[in-house]
Design a protein around this ligand. Structure first.
Ligand SMILES: Cc1cc2nc3c(=O)[nH]c(=O)nc-3n(C[C@H](O)[C@H](O)[C@H](O)COP(=O)(O)O)c2cc1C
Length: 193
């Protein structure tokens, strides 16, 4: 009998900030998946070193090596988990840049399940989430609809410590629900449920 299927998840953060709350959400997601979600492996995928999108860098059908490596990591993943800050009501340039590189032919996002969470100001980064979902339509990236997690990072009580670690038990619980929904949807998309 085949072993239990493992869903491999690529985790991307849209913030370069050392104490980023959004990267804190990813760290917590990785911890939760290891501790309590059977069959889900989340790998943090760095995007900060990618060159700015420029099709002049595509030579003889090849991408710059950092971009090739990044694209391979996305390709190997069953699904994608984004933690996106909201910059001027949209996703941050660093995340958009990574999305653009992986959308170049062949589009390596296509057919994967995805989820997005965010930490930010008054709407907890919700407007960035909805812009990202819109890009997902073009990319054939299939976002879970619910649950949504938008963390209002600046409302008391503190949700994160000074290093950006998530410290709020309720947010952790809600984060786990998002991960379980992503796991379930990923299994359905890869035909294992
Ligand atoms: C250039 C810039 C634009 C921003 N625009 C928004 C915004 O439109 N809405 C919002 O709620 N917060 C906005 N913020 C605040 C960030 O969402 C907030 O600082 C968040 O904590 C950043 O995520 P991080 O902690 O992961 O770095 C902006 C911050 C920067 C630097």
């Amino acid at each position: 009998m085949a072993g239990k299927p493992i869903i491999k998840v690529a985790a991307l953060c849209g913030s370069l900030r050392k104490g980023s709350y959004n990267r804190g959400l990813l760290r917590s997601a990785i911890e939760i998946s290891k501790e309590s979600i059977d069959g889900m492996q989340i790998e943090y995928v760095e995007v900060s070193h990618l060159p700015m999108i420029n099709t002049d860098l595509e030579v003889d059908g090849k991408y710059p090596s950092a971009v090739e490596e990044f694209r391979q990591k996305i390709l190997r993943a069953d699904s994608v988990f984004f933690a996106s800050p909201e910059y001027n009501y949209s996703v941050s340039p660093v995340l958009k840049n990574a999305i653009d590189w992986a959308s170049r032919p062949p589009n390596v996002w296509a057919g994967k399940a995805a989820a997005v969470v965010s930490a930010g100001g008054d709407l907890g980064g919700g407007r960035a989430q909805y812009h990202l979902r819109q890009s997902g339509v073009y990319l054939d990236l299939h976002f879970i609809n619910k649950p949504e997690l938008m963390v209002r990072a600046f409302q008391p009580p503190a949700k994160f410590d000074q290093e950006g670690n998530l410290i709020d038990p309720q947010v952790k619980e809600n984060l786990k629900k998002v991960l379980l929904a992503l796991h379930d949807f990923s299994l359905r998309l890869v035909g294992r449920a």
